[in-house]
Design a protein around this ligand. Structure first.
Ligand code: ADP
Length: 169
């Protein structure tokens, strides 16, 4: 069908604006089955999910940024709706730069809730149009955290049942 150029651009802008894009920020040091569960369950809710791996000079990571990114890319290599990017600085600034309209976070327990609530409310104060969406973790993954995985790994234990298959340090 023939469309004048200006109409085509308006149409494209409209399609882009109405896309639901979520940013899932985190350390992913390393990615766990808990993260995977949140992302897989969020896929039907969004057109696109950008997994944003943080590099914060104040934080001590066990695995390098390249390694953390590589494991996530391998985990989602079959999923065209998922992209993996790195970022530093304020999450809301990065979200605006990326043009996303949602932040995605997972909740495991009341401690997560209290922590995430404060961050989401502060983010909302700074960028009101950026909505944070929380998904409750599936009960069977609620006990898993990257810090437990790191601890088991450091002490030579078997961590395979906590992480996606692609995580092979
Ligand atoms: P951060 O350093 O930002 O806390 P994490 O990688 O630890 O980064 O967590 C990123 C997000 O994933 C957070 O919203 C966290 O609550 C969520 N998350 C972490 N582990 C799990 C899990 N087992 N189940 C569900 N969500 C989780």
């Amino acid at each position: 069908m023939f469309f004048p150029l200006w109409r085509k651009n308006t149409l494209l802008n409209f399609i882009h604006m109405s896309k639901r894009i979520a940013l899932f920020p985190g350390s992913f040091d390393p990615i766990t089955l808990g993260h995977l569960d949140i992302i897989e369950r969020a896929l039907p809710l969004f057109d696109e999910i950008q997994i944003a791996v943080g590099k914060n000079s104040e934080k001590k990571y066990l695995f390098t940024l390249e390694q953390r990114v590589d494991w996530i890319e391998k985990t989602f290599s079959h999923q065209p709706k998922v992209t993996v990017i790195t970022y530093e600085g304020l999450t809301v600034d990065f979200a605006q730069k990326q043009g996303v309209n949602f932040l995605l976070r997972g909740l495991r327990n009341p401690a997560d809730f209290e922590f995430e609530k404060a961050i989401a409310q502060a983010n909302r104060e700074m960028v009101p149009q950026l909505e944070t969406v929380f998904l409750l973790t599936s009960a069977r993954y609620a006990y898993i955290s990257s810090s437990i995985v790191r601890d088991v790994y450091i002490h030579g234990g078997d961590f395979k049942s906590f992480v996606p298959e692609s995580v092979q340090p």
